[in-house]
Design a binder for this molecule. Structure first.
Ligand code: ADP
Length: 473
């Protein structure tokens, strides 16, 4: 753990395993509620100094961290592949994405402009300034174990907040590597704190209960986000919630079926399907259904499942056996209710796969709303294709979910693209585009996919309070 500028160990530790091989790759300090208290105390003590440091000095720490992260890109990516499983190329992309947040918020720190507002009274002047909220508590997931940290830490530091972070128990080594960088970049003692723990519950409780924590930022499942938001409500703490999704991917019959199938298969199997913006329902208009399914199936057949460090691997393992079981249940349920299985469908457990959590990339067509996969987030390498007939029908089906994070639309018709963009109740919409994300663009969901946005101007505003001054002169 890293508290008040020092690395700490505890009596108890927990092990971190490589999901591809089962090999134990590290032992990490097992923090408890008292460690969370201690870390919050350090962040409280550091807040006054840090929040009154100039934006230029705060930006300098972030710029240095950016440079260090790029210098260590290869080593960080290899660590990520061993700890989380994604193919090395995807891990390299993630380190770049993670570093982008450091740079972007370093730049943005200097642009927290205030406002003056004309008053109706001749003797009055209004001035608005934005200032750091205070101590921020952050909880991050394992699926993007470096970028989900910088997406929270960078705006916290840019705005002048201090922060305590609890990373996912499956990927604490990546978190430690990020904190080593922030330490070397010159973040002062107490400004950034890391509490690793096998059991997240007592840490989450302390984050909600401590009166000095002014904001809770969480990325993870909707169920846990709802619990934490309830806990934070008792003191009306600010919350940012980046939760689950059930993205529709809509392919209209004027789209090029080959291009659309290529896009759908790339984004569906990204990170072995373990992404909150992963397409969970692929709606294809009947006119191009056959050619779309054939192209998609051919692409899936060529995917190579394995250890992410091996050359040519396109699909890594799942994070654990619970994930494998959940996916098996969804596939069995769909097939028993009439889905057609084109590829995969089973766990891979022979030979090199025996010690890891592998599942064959799977393609199902003829999926319908009676199946679990139609509503439940899959978070795994299963593509579910659902046919549709017309525009109104598909928009209604796509919006028929409690989630509202990402959606994708493929069409060459500009008016249809614009209408769909406006009609879909999702926070992020890719139009003929499978990667509508960037440090400079707001990321976040509607409905039960979350509250607030990360990245972009919005991502900084979420760490700032608005203060109005009324001056009588
Ligand atoms: P997933 O199912 O994808 O692992 P979770 O929401 O369970 O998603 O995990 C995301 C993060 O939330 C992890 O850091 C995990 O340790 C943490 N977490 C899980 N349960 C709780 C809880 N009850 N209180 C606080 N944090 C939690």
């Amino acid at each position: 753990m890293y508290i008040n500028g020092e690395w700490l160990t505890t009596g108890g530790t927990f092990s971190v395993a490589n999901p591809a091989t089962g090999e134990i790759i590290g032992e990490v300090a097992d923090g408890d509620q008292n460690h969370a208290k201690l870390a919050i105390g350090a962040a409280v003590a550091a807040f006054k100094g840090w929040s009154t440091t100039t934006a230029y000095a705060r930006a300098e720490v972030l710029h240095k961290a950016y440079a260090l992260m790029l210098e260590r890109k290869q080593a960080l990516a290899e660590l990520m592949t061993r700890e989380q499983g994604k193919p090395l190329k995807a891990a390299l992309n993630e380190v770049q994405y993670a570093a982008d947040f450091l740079r972007w918020f370093a730049e943005e720190a200097k642009r927290v402009y205030g406002e003056t507002i004309p008053s109706a009274r001749a003797d009055q002047r209004f001035m608005v300034r934005y200032q750091a909220i205070g101590v921020v508590a952050a909880i991050t997931p394992w699926n993007y174990p470096i970028s989900m940290i910088t997406r929270k830490v960078a705006p916290a530091l840019a705005s002048g907040c201090t922060i305590v972070l609890k990373p996912a128990e499956a990927t604490p080594l990546c978190a430690i590597a990020v904190f080593e960088i922030l330490h070397e970049a010159g973040a002062p003692a107490g400004v950034i704190n890391l509490v690793t723990a096998r059991d997240p519950v007592p840490i989450g409780k302390e984050f909600c209960a401590h009166s000095e924590v002014k904001k809770l930022t969480f990325t993870g499942s909707t169920a846990v986000g709802q619990q934490l938001a309830q806990g934070a409500a008792a003191q009306l703490k600010r919350v940012s919630m980046e939760l689950g999704g059930h993205a529709p991917f809509i392919v209209f019959d004027d789209a090029d079926p080959v291009h659309a199938a290529k896009g759908a298969s790339l984004v569906k199997f990204l990170n072995t399907g373990q992404a909150c913006i992963s397409p969970n329902r692929i709606f294809v208009q009947r006119g191009i259904l056959d050619s779309f399914v054939t192209t998609f199936s051919d692409r899936v057949a060529k995917m190579k499942v394995g250890n992410g460090l091996a050359e040519g691997t396109s699909i890594g393992p799942l994070i654990n056996q619970a994930a494998v079981k959940k996916i098996s249940r969804q596939v069995e349920d769909a097939v028993s209710k009439g889905a057609v299985l084109h590829n995969g469908g089973t766990r891979l457990a022979d030979g090199d796969y025996s010690a890891g959590h592998f599942f064959a990339p799977t393609l199902l067509s003829n999926v319908n709303e009676d199946m679990l996969i139609y509503r439940e987030e899959t978070f795994g390498p299963v593509a579910a294709i659902i046919p549709f007939d017309d525009y109104d029908q598909v928009i209604e089906m796509a919006n028929d979910t409690h989630y509202g994070l990402a959606a994708y639309v493929y069409t060459q018709n500009l008016s249809r693209a614009m209408r769909a963009f406006e009609a879909l109740n999702f926070g992020i919409i890719g139009i003929n585009d499978i990667n509508p994300t960037s440090a400079a663009a707001p990321f976040g969901g509607m409905n039960q996919s979350g509250l607030g946005r990360e990245g972009a101007r919005e991502g900084l505003a979420d760490y700032l309070e608005t203060k109005l001054g009324g001056f009588s002169i």
